[in-house]
Design a binder for this molecule. Structure first.
Ligand code: NAD
Length: 344
């Protein structure tokens, strides 16, 4: 039997990617949609084979408690709203798949992890890249020694965010700027590839003076992370630079390059050694379908997902340290915090 989901928020990601992903999922099915826009909710429900009765509003969200065919909710709302809906979902006994970043700040992320743990429901941070075969191949190559000892990693995630009064540029809804939205990919992918945790961070932020988009959240962030065994990581993210999403791992015997590294499709993985360039071509399956079906398999099998809430929480802590380092203009140690096992 498939796991039924209620999807909260009918914005760009839900309409363009997630609802279509359910149509091709094996273990998962769309069972309800939740939005304040009644017309949009009904239209979306009908378009995906549901009925008008499957369209809920945020006020009637708790009515899902009586729906045995809805086992999970997928939260696809502005970052700062994740906590409220994760807590409400946990209270009515639904498993929670939550979009990235897990929350708008560390405190909210901790509250989400705690609420789900206390309610006995499973929680997954929706890190789609960690469910793609290309990223797993990259991880196998890095951890399997194909590049020799890893020395350096450089990663960039930049895009231009337009000023349309959108929530991403508002601190109360986004929690932060380019770091929380796109810089996060650099952090969690490096941690995924290395399988270790950063020890120290140094960072700088910058916002163009007078640019009305960046009165509440930062435009650009550049940060260096020091990992165990002397692996030095340098990352940059921005809301002001034309789009690029890359990650390069430099080892003693070769370089691995992901370019694009974080797009929804057509990820490209190459390994450069002194003698050859090898392109790794892998079967492409929709990343969102893989991610959703992974969570369903965990619900069905009674186990934790590969990217549980603690993963999202750990990244929130690292991002908080990045902001602190930029603010105080000095390095911040990370190795005294408890890491992803904090609630286990
Ligand atoms: P969006 O602006 O397109 O949609 C947000 C939805 O939230 C809209 O339906 C809006 O009506 C609703 N909403 C409810 N209350 C709101 C409020 N107070 N203010 C503004 N909107 C409100 O955003 P999106 O791009 O779909 O992003 C939603 C979440 O998904 C974010 O957490 C974002 O980081 C995440 N996201 C993840 C990926 C990914 O690749 N995994 C990609 C895009 C977005």
């Amino acid at each position: 039997r498939q796991v039924g989901y209620a999807v909260l928020g009918l914005g760009e990601l839900t309409l363009d990617e997630l609802l279509p992903a359910y149509a091709t999922a094996g273990r998962s099915r769309l069972a309800a949609v939740v939005s304040d826009d009644r017309d949009k909710a009904v239209q979306s429900a009908l378009a995906y084979g549901l009925s008008e009765a499957d369209a809920y509003s945020y006020d009637t969200f708790e009515d899902l408690a009586g729906r045995d065919d809805v086992q999970a909710v997928y939260i696809v709302l502005p970052n700062a709203l994740h906590r409220e809906y994760a807590e409400r979902a946990a209270r009515i006994g639904k498993h929670v798949l939550c979009e990235k970043p897990l929350a708008g700040n560390v405190e909210d992320a901790e509250a989400i992890v705690r609420a789900c743990r206390d309610a006995g429901v499973r929680l997954m941070t929706a890190y789609r890249c960690q469910y793609t075969p290309v990223h797993w191949r990259a991880r196998d190559l890095v951890q399997g020694g194909a590049l020799g000892a890893v020395k350096l990693i450089h990663s960039v995630n930049v895009q231009v965010e337009p000023d349309e009064g959108q929530w991403r540029l508002r601190r109360d809804l986004a929690g932060g700027g380019s770091l929380l939205d796109v810089g996060l990919y650099c952090i969690n992918t490096v941690r995924f590839l290395l399988g270790t945790e950063p020890l120290e961070v140094t960072a700088r932020t910058h916002s163009t003076p007078g640019d009305p988009r960046f009165t509440e959240v930062e435009e650009s962030v550049t940060f260096q992370l020091e990992f165990p065994d002397g692996v030095l990581v340098s990352c940059s993210c921005s809301y002001g630079a034309s789009h690029a999403r890359t990650l390069d791992v430099y080892g003693a015997e070769g370089r691995l390059s992901l370019d694009p590294a974080f797009d929804y499709t057509s990820l490209r993985l190459r390994v450069h050694t002194p003698d050859a360039v090898t392109e790794h071509r892998l079967r492409e399956t929709d990343q969102f379908t893989l991610e959703i079906d992974h969570f369903s398999a965990c619900i069905q099998g009674g186990r934790d997902p590969f990217t549980p809430g603690e993963e999202g929480l750990q990244d929130e802590r690292i991002m908080a340290a990045i902001y602190r380092s930029a603010r105080e203009r000095q390095p911040v140690r990370l190795d005294e915090h408890p890491g992803r096992d904090v609630f286990r």
